[in-house]
Design a protein around this ligand. Structure first.
Ligand SMILES: O=C(O)CCC(=O)C(=O)O
Ligand SMILES: [Fe+2]
Length: 280
């Protein structure tokens, strides 16, 4: 069965999977990894992934190969302590947050479907093309989710100390020479009526986490107005910061930019984190 025709109903997925359909088994593996409509269970997700690969579903085979490069689950789900770069705003680094093989795999996944990056229109809450974002983005939503990605998201949630259901869909950003994500903040302006419904449903973007996926480019730092900080991690390193203040409210000092590479191409994973699962 093709992905487009396939249900997200776990009972139906089980039935189709039992008949030998690898697409259904893979989707069930992903839902089980995420705990979406079924109980979250890593061991069961891995069993289902094995089954999907054995049933000949190629993306499941790729997913399994990507997973094989990870350390054991206990180690993976206990990320190292971040190192503080700056206290106010709170900006931290995490060296070697993702293995190089996972970085390569994420870039491959993103190459398959990368579009011009959009900005959020406060008037409507829709995505809009805008000159401040000339880079491209690939969003990994539910249709493109994998068990490996679910494990990456779990590790992100753990290092940030925030719940997985609060993670927005992960994006992989791509910058060619001269392309930029110009000066902006990631938090949603609470004074902007267009953001009200989103903020009520999902809460604020409490934190941002980036993972630098490659090294072979010049320039392209992440720049913060605060302290004139310019940062560029090596392949696999994460950069994380709080968009809100410990006492509540947004932190205007988090204004930042993805500067344009001057040679080569920059790839970065971008994760915006809310504090809780959506409601309503
Ligand atoms: O690419 C970068 O360094 C910055 C990305 C960014 O600001 C974001 O994803 O919100
Ligand atoms: Fe940003």
């Amino acid at each position: 069965m093709s992905t487009d025709d396939l249900t997200f109903d776990p009972a139906e997925l089980h039935a189709v999977s039992a008949k030998g359909d690898g697409v259904a088994s893979h989707r069930l593996a992903v839902l089980t990894a995420m705990g979406l409509w079924v109980r979250q269970d890593w061991a069961e997700a891995l069993r289902l992934l094995e089954r999907a690969a054995a049933q000949g579903h190629e993306p499941a085979g790729d997913d399994r190969a990507a997973l094989a490069a990870l350390p054991d689950l206990g180690q993976w789900l206990t990320p190292p302590r971040p190192r503080a770069l700056m206290a106010g705003p709170a900006i931290l680094t995490v060296p070697d947050f993702l293995p190089p093989s996972v970085c390569d795999w994420l870039m491959d996944q993103a190459r398959e479907e990368t579009r011009p990056a959009l900005v959020y229109d406060p008037a409507t809450g829709d995505g809009l093309r805008n000159d401040i974002r000339t880079n491209s983005a690939s969003q990994i939503g539910l249709e493109r989710m994998t068990v490996t990605m679910a494990l990456v998201r779990e590790r992100i949630a753990r290092i940030a100390g925030l719940p997985v259901p609060g993670l927005e869909w992960t994006q992989v950003l791509h910058y060619g020479v001269g392309q930029t994500f110009d000066w902006h903040v990631d938090w949603l302006n609470p004074d902007e009526p267009g953001y009200a419904a989103d903020l009520a449903s999902r809460g604020q973007r409490i934190a941002t986490l980036l993972v630098y996926l490659n090294d072979d480019y010049e320039g392209g730092e992440t720049a913060f107005e605060a302290g004139g900080l310019r940062h560029r991690g090596k392949k696999g390193d994460a950069l994380m910061w709080a968009n809100t203040l410990p006492q509540g409210g947004v932190d205007p000092r988090t204004r930042h930019a993805g500067l344009p590479p001057t040679a080569g191409e920059k790839w970065v994973l971008s994760q915006w984190l809310r504090g809780r699962a959506p409601t309503g």
